[in-house]
Design a binder for this molecule. Structure first.
Ligand code: HEM
Length: 516
């Protein structure tokens, strides 16, 4: 994976953008001989970082690519926070930033006015990179996450623990004598892939190294390849997108070899149960079976197709694996570089575990309030998604603070900078998990409680449905690490790494030793 990522990074970060920014505008002008789409934009939007003149578009893209972080911070603190509508170039499409006073509306608006899929799916060029993208127009899996996964968490906790224990033993080792260096990102990614697949396909597939590696590669290839495709102008994407997404399609197809036998057997078993008993049993309490049962209930032919069931499983893996791994790694790095904070959660984990007779259950994990505070604060400063994007779908466009935005405009809430806004969080740049809630003066709410001031899981209509699972899973991972391993503190928090528009945790070696 290191080699894969290094190649993608160099290619997507340096060579491609430089080449494209300078050559494609020439080419395009040469071929079409007409000005860029700039003239179609409404004149009243203030476009930060974009001048006039020759190749203004290309220059502003390159500028954002080099100075993007600073430009987004300026856009937020100088304009959005003062309720001015601002536009900013990105390496792909320009974004209009939602002013602070319109955030409530952004999260409440109907999907036929603002399409929410721009955050998770357009941003990764899902049209090309996700062979399963066609299921998104009927998101049955979202309903199952809301209704079944969250409800079943108490019954899934033992399975999650078992997978976390086994995964850690495998990758962090059994040696109680010697310290050992482990690369935290690679091992946590594998651990989360395994744990997530315990609830999605169950045992034994969730422990099958080949299936897990293939799934991890599929998800990673979507992120890596979309970062390349994103650089190209829209009119080239049908060709470029199809070419660069070959690895995504390859891993997707390959994964069928592992998952399809299971899906076929679940379909057969569930059909038999329905015919003989008129209802389903609870024998396989895993996501794959919930999708099968929901499909049979619906009797919609496309839903009962094994291809659709596989597509939903892979979409879930895409939504849940990188987000949860990034968050777990960030929480580890944040707490291990602050011994005072780590000691608080260590004490809490140890006492809660003993109080509950050395067994984790959903209610006992919910008692880990300080651990949850650390998770929440870590997500505030290092949430894996830095901005939420919507596409204007309303035929006549929309109007924000006097500015008209036509259909197709992409608008965004920049949560990375909003979470650093001193008007919302006092000492906003300080990692302080035990800060009080500025609006109530009370302790912070649990990490799953979203608000327009706390957005790592989104908020409102399309807030992340998997957040209850993710928060439970991450706390179980952290608690198991605390109970089973000694981990050396870090001298200081290694900074996150910016790759284009995304912020990822740094590669860090942790020194670990199994507790005897
Ligand atoms: C720490 C881990 C996670 C983070 C930070 C996270 C964050 C997010 C965010 C920011 C959104 C977009 C909200 C928006 O556009 O307004 C989202 C959507 C979504 N997430 Fe998560 N997520 C996490 C884990 C998960 C997990 C484990 C699952 C699956 C079990 C999941 C499933 C989804 C789905 C299906 C959507 C799309 C919802 C829709 O279309 O309405 N997420 N997530």
């Amino acid at each position: 994976m290191t080699v894969e990522m290094t190649f993608h990074s160099v290619w997507s970060l340096i060579i491609l953008p430089t080449l494209l920014t300078f050559t494609l505008p020439f080419l395009r002008k040469g071929i079409k001989g007409k000005p860029d789409s700039k003239s179609k934009e409404p004149s009243r939007v203030f476009w930060l970082g974009r001048g006039d003149g020759l190749f203004a578009d290309a220059r502003s893209k390159l500028w954002t690519f080099i100075k993007g972080r600073q430009l987004f911070a300026d856009a937020y603190f100088k304009y959005s926070s003062k309720n001015v509508v601002t536009k900013i170039s990105t390496i792909s499409i320009p974004l209009v930033l939602v002013p602070k006073d319109r955030r409530k509306w952004f999260f409440k608006e109907r999907s036929d006015v603002l399409d929410h899929r721009a955050t998770g799916f357009d941003a990764v060029e899902s049209l090309y990179t996700m062979p399963c993208g066609y299921i998104l127009d009927f998101p049955a899996h979202v309903k199952l996450i809301h209704k079944v996964l969250t409800r079943e968490l108490p019954n899934l906790t033992d399975d999650l623990i078992q997978e976390i224990e086994e995964g850690l033993l495998k990758d962090w080792g059994t040696d109680a004598e010697k310290w050992r260096g482990v690369e935290v990102w690679a091992t946590v990614l594998m651990l989360v892939t395994r744990t997530f697949n315990r609830i999605s396909v169950g045992n034994p597939l969730c422990g099958d190294e080949k299936y897990l590696t293939n799934t991890r590669k599929y998800v990673t290839s979507i992120h890596a390849m979309s970062s390349i495709i994103r650089v190209f102008p829209g009119w080239t994407k049908p060709v470029v997108g199809s070419f660069f997404s070959i690895p995504c399609w390859y891993y997707y197809r390959r994964g069928k070899g592992y998952a399809m036998p299971l899906i076929h057997s679940y379909l057969e078993e569930a059909r038999m149960e329905l015919e003989t008993n008129g209802e389903f049993s609870n024998r396989h309490n895993v996501f794959a079976m919930w999708i099968v049962q929901e499909a049979l209930r619906s009797q919609i032919p496309r839903e009962m197709d094994p291809e659709t069931i596989y597509a939903r499983l892979m979409t879930m893996n895409f939504a849940g694996i990188h987000t949860s791994s990034f968050t777990t790694v960030n929480m580890l790095l944040d707490s291990l570089s602050r011994p005072d904070i780590f000691e608080v959660i260590k004490e809490e984990v140890n006492t809660t575990y003993s109080r509950h007779n050395s067994k984790w259950t959903k209610p006992s994990v919910d008692e880990l309030r300080s651990t949850d505070n650390v998770l929440r604060e870590s997500m505030r400063l290092s949430g894996p998604i830095v901005r939420l994007i919507r596409e204007v779908k309303a035929e006549d466009g929309i109007e924000i603070n006097g500015v008209v935005l036509p259909k197709g405009t992409k608008i965004a809430t920049d949560m990375h900078n909003m979470h650093r806004d001193e008007e919302i969080y006092k000492d906003a740049n300080t990692f302080n998990p035990f800060r009080l809630d500025p609006s109530t003066g009370q302790r912070m709410l649990p990490a799953v409680e979203t608000s327009e001031n706390f957005l790592p899981f989104g908020h409102g209509r399309h807030g992340c449905p998997g957040r209850y699972f993710a928060s439970h899973e991450i706390k179980l991972i952290i608690a198991t690490i605390i109970l089973r391993y000694n981990v050396k503190f870090l001298e200081k928090r290694p900074p996150n790494v910016w790759m284009g528009d995304s912020m990822i945790p740094p590669r860090t070696i942790l020194q670990v030793q199994r507790q005897s």
